[in-house]
Design a protein around this ligand. Structure first.
Ligand SMILES: Cc1cc2nc3c(=O)[nH]c(=O)nc-3n(C[C@H](O)[C@H](O)[C@H](O)COP(=O)(O)OP(=O)(O)OC[C@H]3O[C@@H](n4cnc5c(N)ncnc54)[C@H](O)[C@@H]3O)c2cc1C
Length: 633
């Protein structure tokens, strides 16, 4: 495989690594799963929402539901490509801008579970509204302020933010998306020593159009660490009425057409020094922790829309008769509805499990939150694809057009457009895979790094190898042993067999990770498809565990047939897991990579066209092609 690491890539990795959260102070269910240990005590009994906590939000949710139904015309917002800003006051009266802000600062102080109940409710109605509320408080100023702000900063901003001073999160730039470590926006100390001067651009800032305050990440002057110059990224709270702050473009998208998303330019924008958040050089870490913590919101929205989609599929599957039977009675359609229902059940299990555990606060949810984002956004996208197919031609027709010709205006076409972005923003699916993989291999890397690094002196290498050898001599055989069948996991009743499978598969997964590390050593980092398969196995195992525990709780509460949903989900997941295990090493990854390298080098030029080139098409110059090819060589 070609060497693709440039100096820039090495630097970006170093900055990203330095911003990683490395401490594991609390237990992690998924972290243990990757090591071949199934610790069901962490997820079972399923964390039920305490009645008092539920009661805190019940009245709010009832009012919010009424407000949405009576006032928010999601199809009109979508058709016009513009939000109805008169709704903002209504949200303010409800307290919706301050759901996550503690009560002492004027917010509603909701638990994670209640916040996600509210987000889910809004998501079933209007994606653009979710984006306004969520960009404000899942990732906007309140979130990093709560986590890292000083008491003075909190007192100054949180009450304002709770009362509807809209906020936003500005990390992405035209040149940096998934790799924010290489950002170009700068913050230089002002000559009078009273603050910082911001210069640069921030792209796709959701809520930026109406935001009063935003959190901005920017490069501050580098610092010498151990004699080496290290890039510094810092975070600031910025008032958008500061001179030099300019909105240069309002971005329009495939979906979420009512959001206020903009390209921002900073021209010598002054930020007072008291607006630095957390500390100099901690901005990327702050941004990553903010995204990790806020990461449960998108999965909550996906799970809630999943239920809505199952509802539509059920109604339409019964109503639409073709070939003498309701279409839901044809097995090809029934299988899709079963997939949607069982996978929505798993999405929901993940959301309420992670929300409940977040509220309890006794486990580390970094990996679970990333898996929730990965699993729910991928599954919800597959659900909407199934739903469009089940609706046939109507799935492709807008709700307004359906209504105009006298049919029920199911907004399936809008749901699909709104849904697609979930796999991209707040960390793409590929980046979630890489993040999870990095943590999955970390325990082994810590033991093996000294052995793998070429610069380690031979003596140290031998000592490290002996230490690691002693550890693995005891660890490895255990990953083949262990009783996982009946009566073990009997507490999960009819689903105990599936939990036994999770236990066996987690040991298989730990062995496979170890084999991958031995086989590829330092090159494993570049074997992304191997890593992705291992992560997909871990994610499905986590989803199975969540679904089994959730169904067990629901069955105890009287919903015995929840077990059927979990059973079908587990059967589907086991097929995927078995397939992935089979192809972790037995695959055509190398051939695919070589093919793309040739394609990029224009070796398949005969395969292009004929096609209509846009009149303003800018073709690369021969020099640019030459330069790109040199990089690939
Ligand atoms: C509607 C919308 C709202 C947004 N809101 C905000 C916001 O409020 N604030 C904000 O800061 N940003 C926001 N973003 C930006 C969003 O978070 C980024 O789009 C996202 O992080 C991905 O960055 P990118 O689009 O530059 O893709 P790129 O990083 O250019 O990636 C392109 C593709 O390459 C893949 N890729 C990249 N690196 C790797 C790798 N190492 N290995 C494998 N695959 C890789 C990616 O997964 C992706 O598929 C928003 C974007 C949109 C479209």
């Amino acid at each position: 495989m070609a060497e693709v690491k440039s100096q820039g890539a090495v630097e970006a990795m170093e900055v990203a690594e330095a911003s990683r959260e490395t401490e594991w102070e609390k237990p992690s269910f998924v972290g243990q799963l990757f090591l071949g240990n199934l610790n069901t005590d962490l997820i079972h009994p399923f964390p039920e929402q305490p009645a008092a906590d539920k009661a805190e939000a019940d009245e709010f949710l009832a009012k919010l539901e009424r407000f949405l139904a009576e006032n928010v015309d999601a199809d009109k917002i979508d058709a016009q490509g513009e939000y109805d800003y008169s709704l903002f006051d209504g949200f303010n009266e409800l307290g919706a801008w301050g759901m996550k802000i503690p009560k002492e600062y004027g917010g509603l102080g909701f638990s994670a579970t209640n916040y996600n109940r509210a987000i889910g409710l809004v998501a079933t109605w209007c994606g653009s509204t979710v984006a306004w509320l969520s960009a404000h408080q899942s990732i906007g100023v309140p979130q990093p302020l709560k986590l890292f702000g000083t008491e003075d900063q909190k007192k100054k901003y949180l009450p304002r933010l709770a009362k509807g001073a809209i906020s936003a999160f500005a990390l992405t730039e035209p040149g940096v998306g998934s790799d924010p470590a290489k950002m170009a926006t700068t913050a230089t100390p002002s000559p009078d020593g009273k603050g910082w001067i911001l210069n640069g651009e921030k792209l796709w800032c959701t809520n930026g159009l109406k935001a009063e305050v935003i959190v901005v990440m920017a490069q501050t002057p580098p610092k010498k660490v151990n004699g080496k110059e290290k890039k510094q990224i810092s975070a600031f709270i910025l008032e958008t009425d500061t001179p030099g702050f300019e909105i240069v473009h309002r971005c329009q998208f495939m979906g979420l057409r009512g959001i206020g998303n903009v390209l921002i330019k900073f021209n010598n924008v002054f930020v007072p020094k008291e607006n630095l958040l957390w500390g100099e050089g901690l901005g990327l870490k702050l941004a990553l922790i903010t995204l990790n913590t806020g990461r449960l919101t998108i999965p909550a929205g996906c799970a809630a829309i999943g239920r809505r989609m199952v509802d539509i599929a059920k109604e339409w599957g019964l109503e639409r008769v073709q070939w003498g039977a309701p279409i839901a009675k044809h097995e090809g359609v029934a299988a899709k509805i079963a997939w949607m229902a069982s996978h929505t059940f798993a999405m929901e299990a993940i959301v309420w499990l992670t929300s409940g555990l977040a509220d309890r606060g006794d486990v580390d949810l970094r990996l679970e939150a990333a898996m929730a984002k990965l699993f729910n956004t991928e599954v919800a996208w597959q659900c909407v694809d199934h739903l469009v197919q089940i609706r046939g031609g109507r799935g492709y027709e807008t709700a307004q057009s359906l209504r105009e010709r006298g049919e029920k205006g199911y907004p399936v076409e809008r749901i699909m457009r709104d849904m697609r972005i979930n796999r991209i923003f707040e960390g793409t699916s590929e980046i979630q895979h890489l993040f999870i993989a990095r943590e999955a291999v970390d325990p082994h890397m810590k033991r093996g790094m000294k052995i793998l690094l070429p610069e380690t002196p031979v003596g140290e290498k031998l000592a490290a190898a002996a230490k690691a050898g002693a550890h693995y001599a005891a660890w490895y055989p255990k990953k083949y042993l262990g009783w996982s069948r009946f009566p073990k996991h009997g507490e999960f009743g009819a689903l105990s067999g599936h939990m036994g499978y999770v236990e066996r598969a987690s040991r298989h997964l730990a062995r496979s990770i170890f084999h991958a590390m031995m086989r590829f050593q330092a090159k494993l980092e570049r074997k992304q498809m191997v890593l992705f398969r291992l992560v997909d196995i871990g994610t499905d195992l986590f989803a199975m565990s969540a679904a089994i525990s959730y169904a067990t709780m629901l069955a105890k509460q009287g919903h015995a047939n929840a077990v059927d949903l979990a059973d079908v989900f587990c059967k589907e997941a086991r097929m995927r897991i078995d397939f992935n295990f089979e192809h972790v090493f037995d695959n055509h990854d190398e051939e695919s990579y070589r093919l793309v390298t040739k394609l990029l080098k224009n070796e398949y030029d005969w395969f292009r066209g004929p096609m209509v080139e846009p009149v303003d098409a800018v073709m690369p110059t021969p020099e640019q092609i030459e330069e790109a090819m040199a990089k690939l060589a």
